[in-house]
Design a protein around this ligand. Structure first.
Ligand code: PEP
Length: 252
């Protein structure tokens, strides 16, 4: 049985104090459950303090929203995977559509980021998903296949066990327009099939594939009940403790 993941992506919101308050509220209210884990993907300046707070619980962990594609050196403004490792951050988000769109992160850069993260024993949540145009044109499966093949499928099976995948249709992120549970399930099953073809049944059965795109308290349960949807990556609703806790509880 795959452990469900509910991850909050705080994006570029909240001060470190506000983030700490939010995390405390969530941790105090959410029921502990060994069949799911909760991740806070917080801005870099939150991570040291947040990690200390969250490390007391086995059900919660902290992730960075990005890391450099380089190991170290003259890359002003970047944060390297080894720095995240040094403060015991568990996860790093790679390939979010906002990074692809606004910071021009292409397949090659994302592949390098995946490698950097794994070389420092960080767990990777790798985002993939199609734009509205790509869905309308009907070639979204090819788009997703390419995103996975170009940035992820160079990994060996052991490395793949350190990766979770977030299917995030770009047209559903921050728009209030959610993929229906059936639409999402269809793509999740497709992604799992790609993993099976590449890595075999065992890896495909183990890899967690979470859905992201306007997950809210009122749609989370229907999404998470689908057989190939192993939880959610939640943006806007993760900034409200009550909403986020309701979403966490939907992942049974
Ligand atoms: C996200 O940031 O990954 C996301 C899915 O955002 P939202 O839930 O706001 O659509």
């Amino acid at each position: 049985m795959r452990k469900k993941i509910v991850a909050g992506n705080w994006k570029m919101h909240t001060t470190p104090d506000e983030g700490l308050t939010l995390a405390r509220q969530v941790m105090e209210t959410a029921h502990a459950n060994e069949h799911r884990e909760v991740i806070f993907f917080a801005p870099f300046v939150h991570l040291t303090t947040l990690q200390k707070e969250v490390s007391v619980s086995p059900f919660f962990s902290v992730g960075a929203q990005n890391c450099s594609n380089h190991e170290k050196g003259a890359f002003t403004g970047e944060v390297a995977a080894f720095m995240l490792r040094s403060i015991d951050v568990s996860w790093v988000l790679v390939g979010h559509s906002e990074r692809r769109q606004y910071y021009h992160e292409n397949h090659t850069i994302l592949k390098q980021k995946v490698d950097q993260a794994l070389s420092q024993q960080l767990l990777v949540m790798f985002c993939c998903g199609e734009t509205l145009d790509q869905r309308m044109e009907g070639n979204f499966r090819e788009v997703i296949r390419k995103q996975l093949e170009e940035s992820l499928f160079h990994l060996d099976a052991t490395q793949m066990n350190q990766v979770a995948i977030a299917y995030e249709p770009v047209w559903a992120i921050g728009t209030g327009q959610t993929a229906t549970p059936d639409q999402a399930q269809e793509v999740h099953a497709f992604i799992r099939e790609l993993i099976k073809q590449k890595y075999g049944d065992g890896v495909a059965a183990r890899v967690r594939i979470v859905y992201g795109g306007s997950v809210k308290p009122d749609n989370a349960k229907d999404l998470f009940n689908k057989p190939d949807i192993d939880g959610g990556l939640v943006g806007g609703a993760s900034l409200n403790a009550l909403d986020f806790v309701t979403i966490i509880h939907a992942a049974e």
